[in-house]
Design a protein around this ligand. Sequence first.
Ligand code: FAD
Length: 453
Amino acid sequence: MSETLQVTRRPTAESVEPHVGETMPPTAAPSARRKRIVIVGGGFAGIAAARALKRCDADVTLIDRRNHTIFQPLLYQVATAVLAPSEIAAPIRQLALKQKNLNVILGEVTGLDLETRWVDASCPGIGIRKFPFDYLLVATGTRPSYYGHDEFAEYAPGLKSLSDAETIRTKILSAYELADETDDENERVRQMTFVLVGAGATGVELAASIAHLATVTLRGQFRRIDPAKTSIFLVEGGKRILPTFAESLANKAARWLEKLGIKILTGVKVEKVDANGVVANGTRIPSATVLWTAGVAPSPLVKLLGAKSDRAGRISVGPSMNVPGIPNVFVVGDASSVVHDGRPVPGVAQAAIQQGRYVGRLIARELRGHQPKRPFRYFDKGNMAVVGKNFAILESGRLRMSGIITWFVWAVLHVMSLPQAENKWRVRIQWIWSYFTGQRSSRLIPEPPRAGN
Ligand SMILES: Cc1cc2nc3c(=O)[nH]c(=O)nc-3n(C[C@H](O)[C@H](O)[C@H](O)COP(=O)(O)OP(=O)(O)OC[C@H]3O[C@@H](n4cnc5c(N)ncnc54)[C@H](O)[C@@H]3O)c2cc1C
């Protein structure tokens, strides 16, 4: 993603090319025209907001740097060849089919001016386009954070986009090919060693899925190596894995991971990541595949809002999800920091959907001349993580569940939440096939692997 962000000046009338939804000059009296609502980001929060504005008498513009929305909870399955990228993603433009007041723009927002109410988007093949707004929703989510060690990114990809998932899948599958080809025993061990840095839900899910790939899917498919001899290290700087879950559930998950052969290292800080593996607490673990599942930081765009942020850089929003002191500019989803009932609202899909929907409805009410809605309230539906085949954990209020029934509930809920009917059917078929055969149909290495990777 481009890092060249800028706070723009107000454009002159001549410098602005008219485009759909922006034919009125920005200087026209606001009351004389339909209101313009710009949503930046077509993830969970942005799409929920756009949907909530469906019947609103206003022009809604949704800008995303990608043409698709991703169901991120299943990204780890693309990274481990269970699912194909298109099975967990849907074109954002599809929304415009049923929503006449919505215009979808492919472009990366690189600048904004809150005073004169414009955003700048860099659009492929066109260059910078300017979009005026009366209301602005920033729903740009997060990106992987290397906690000040951006140099690790070259060797340890994070998991946030479809291309990240494909990069990881290529790395994992290539490692087995290279292990099978080499005559050097140390290199073979290095290729068959996977290190995951960060034992939150993504690290746990990814580790368990790699274990299943090694012991079931790849069984009997190589002549010189036994994929079951794979080593998987799950390295966590904190005291325990799955810190957002109750300790009892995290312990159950840890036991299940150990049964799958995964080595859990807690209280261990990764000091270095390079082409040969990682150095953790002074000890080198040689590995050709290091994956970063440790942390996230908000997208850089939010800095342009010039608003107060929390330690992670997320914007501390007011009770209506607006930037404090700016009632028409909102930050929703993972890019925002909001406290509810004395506790921070977690960076999860449910929270992002509820926030996006809340702000969409709030704007719609305001445009109809109704009283503002009550402050945002988060309804916590619970938290789940899957630990390989037949085992998941669930925490919802006081309810704590784990095991195969929870795994089944996880599967049903995730299929139901996929973005479109086509995804739901395709994922169902893939899962049933994979469950009974142990095989994974997306085992593709687009480019031939290179030795020394
Ligand atoms: C691997 C992984 C697994 C997860 N698993 C779960 C889970 O099991 N359950 C759960 O509840 N949550 C899970 N989450 C968290 C959940 O996905 C997020 O909380 C949710 O996606 C946040 O929604 P959002 O709309 O704020 O951001 P996102 O969904 O990330 O959407 C942000 C959008 O903004 C766009 N964007 C960013 N910058 C710009 C820009 N400058 N210009 C234009 N567009 C831009 C991006 O392209 C993206 O489409 C997971 C996250 C990851 C990464």
